[in-house]
Design a protein around this ligand. Structure first.
Ligand code: GCU
Length: 621
């Protein structure tokens, strides 16, 4: 038995703590690189081999020990991507001989046997890559992967990521080979009680590498992140910061906006961060009617990144929402990230254009991207097309409010979407939660999220789908929620006439809302199978849905603080909870467009209401 002196013991303890810190650090994704579309990108989209692994055989040994925590994981670990050297070697998997899935894209809609699959799938992509410049740095970037990912390159663990709708990246500079690199990703979409979202959701649990996967090549010092927006409360001062990565000493950073004749030099501090503020009286503010975007160039030490950025102000004053100082009514619709026509998760630029064009057709100037962050394409297209946006963190229904890991997860996902989208003019509202049952633990959880959001962005508005309860009078509804004091817009979902009585109940419902803040309704609606007709009292007919829309819009228009609405929902969407044969068949039928893209009668009711609203607000100051 080897005896160590106490000093040697202390040393070995310290050494192992240091190693642990190093490993744990490397196991979480690196700092997010913003604006991937503006970088030097080599796409890994396309066919990836895959292995279905419901028992996680490729991750745990038979004692349920994780292979990637072992010094010698042996042949069981799928991430080693091994092939037998000779007939004697036992290897019970082969990516080369396995089928392929298309990336980006959920697995559920690519193969009938995967439609309901919830578990692990291993993806493997082979690729050759030689950096264009010898000492450049190389990263692998994922637009999103639902829900938990473990990433390996050439058998070495890069790290892991939790959260199905936000981007992450890892540096691979030192692990890359010129030929035959093996990128292996374990994606597990199992729902978890402690997850964000948790076990129960009314949408399809699409799993997989659901957005673009890219190799990104950067100079040794590069612009990792930046904020370029109007300073809060001004229309003539652009302020923000630039964060360099790899800057060993303070560097000069340049911000250029040629059309505004801006070319400002600033100095980064020892952490590579440089703050700036630039006055300019010629800024043409972005709005849905005038989606003006400026070319912005940020450069430092030979590196450069360009972006297209719009400048606008958003604030509330009493019960008004002011866009560039003018009162606005948010003519909205809710959207799930799904292309009902193709089936499965929406992920492409053309998917984003299709969805936003459908909202435009409806007369919308605003969309609620439910219930989680959508692809970056949606936000960049909303900037270009002139569509205001509500972005939502998937704190949905019965989250584990008392679990600190769940709060850390929710905060991390909120940080990632705010890091990615903080320069998008279209984004005006960050939503903290959807229909979360009130309790002290829930209130504290949401308070923390709101404080975190405001610490990252003091310019945009905060909201959530708050709780509603019955009042003293027979058909009285009261909007009263602890969290209403922490948000800028009092917003809620209501289903009077669908889950609560028939549409006629809208005519006799009174709303009690005692907040001197703008009020929005982020959901109302009814199911209707497109093409299914009958009288207005027959549920799931188009006539019933249209009647509910008519009566609801009249009911909500009586609320004095009413400043916006986003009915549920643009398109029918898949949900395992909707199983009525011949009507739902695994689809939630509340779309104003059917699953096949045909408009329902309710579409025209809503569009007429929005045309009138648009005219009403044209002259408003
Ligand atoms: C809820 C929920 C949605 C759901 C909808 C419905 O309010 O927010 O996610 O799909 O109602 O019941 O259709």
């Amino acid at each position: 038995m080897t005896k160590y002196s106490s000093k040697a013991n202390t040393f070995s303890v310290l050494a192992s703590i240091f190693t642990l810190l190093l490993v744990s650090n490397s196991l979480s994704a690196n700092k997010l690189i913003q604006n991937i579309p503006g970088r030097d990108v080599f796409t890994l989209n396309g066919k990836w081999n895959y292995i279905i692994d419901p028992y996680e055989t490729g991750f745990f040994d038979y004692r349920y020990e994780a292979f990637d925590k072992m010094k010698n994981p042996g042949n069981g670990a799928f991430f080693l991507d091994k092939t037998p050297k000779d007939g004697s070697e036992l290897i019970e998997y082969s990516f080369d001989k396995s089928p392929t899935l298309i990336v980006p894209g959920d697995w559920n809609s690519q193969d009938d046997k995967l439609l309901y699959y919830e578990g692990t799938i291993w993806y493997r992509r082979k690729f050759d890559y030689t950096p264009k410049v010898a000492d450049n740095r190389v990263f692998v970037h994922f637009g999103a992967a639902n829900y938990e990912s473990h990433v390996y390159l050439n058998g070495k663990k890069l790290g892991s990521h939790i959260g199905g709708f936000t981007p992450f990246n890892f540096e691979i500079t030192k692990l890359l080979k010129p030929q035959n690199n093996s990128l292996v990703v374990k994606v597990d979409n199992k729902r978890k009680r402690e997850g964000v979202p948790t076990l129960n959701t009314d949408w399809w649990n699409y799993g997989g590498l659901t957005r673009d996967v890219s190799i990104v090549e950067m100079p040794s010092v590069f612009v990792e992140d930046y904020l370029v927006q109007l300073k809060k409360g001004t229309t003539d001062e652009i302020a923000g910061y630039v964060q360099l990565n790899g800057a060993q000493q303070t560097e000069n950073v340049k911000i250029e906006i040629p059309e505004l004749k801006i070319a400002t030099e600033i100095k980064a501090d020892s952490t590579g961060k440089a703050f700036f503020s630039i006055k300019n009286k010629k800024i043409n503010c972005w709005s849905p009617e005038n989606p003006k975007l400026y070319d912005v160039i940020i450069s430092a030490d030979g590196t450069k990144v360009t972006d297209k950025i719009g400048f606008r102000t958003i604030e509330t004053r009493g019960t008004d929402i002011l866009l560039n100082g003018k009162s606005v009514f948010l003519r909205g619709i809710c959207i799930h990230e799904e292309n009902a026509l193709r089936g499965g998760r929406a992920y492409s630029e053309s998917d984003a254009v299709m969805l936003l064009n459908s909202a435009k057709e409806l007369g919308c100037n605003y969309v609620r991207l439910a219930h989680y962050p959508h692809s970056e394409y949606m936000l960049r297209k909303a900037d270009e097309m002139g569509m205001l946006v509500w972005e939502e963190n998937p704190v949905y229904w019965t989250i584990q409010w008392e679990n600190p890991e769940t709060l850390k997860n929710a905060k991390n996902q909120l940080t990632e979407v705010m890091t990615r989208d903080k320069n998008r003019a279209s984004v005006i509202i960050w939503s903290m939660a959807n229909e979360t049952p009130v309790s002290d633990a829930r209130n504290n959880f949401l308070k923390e999220l709101a404080a975190h959001a405001r610490s990252m962005d003091n310019t945009r508005l905060l909201s959530a789908a708050l709780e509603v309860h019955g009042g003293k009078k027979p058909a009285e509804k009261v909007v009263e929620d602890f969290f209403a004091d922490y948000v800028d817009i009092v917003n809620f979902n209501e289903y009077v006439g669908w889950y609560d009585g028939m549409p006629e109940k809208c005519d006799r419902t009174e709303w009690t809302i005692k907040y001197n803040k703008p009020v929005m309704i982020s959901e109302f609606g009814a199911g209707a199978l497109q093409g299914n007709h009958g009288d207005i009292n027959t549920r799931f007919t188009e006539e019933h849905q249209a009647d509910l829309y008519n009566r609801t819009l009249q009911m909500l228009s009586k609320i004095p603080q009413f400043r916006g609405v986003s009915p549920w929902i643009l398109y029918d969407f898949r949900s395992p909870k909707r199983v009525l044969p011949g009507i739902q068949d695994g689809w939630n039928r509340k779309g104003v467009f059917g699953q096949n893209g045909t408009k329902k009668q309710a579409f025209f009711v809503l569009r007429d209401f929005y045309l009138k609203k648009e005219a009403e607000y044209k002259g408003v100051k």
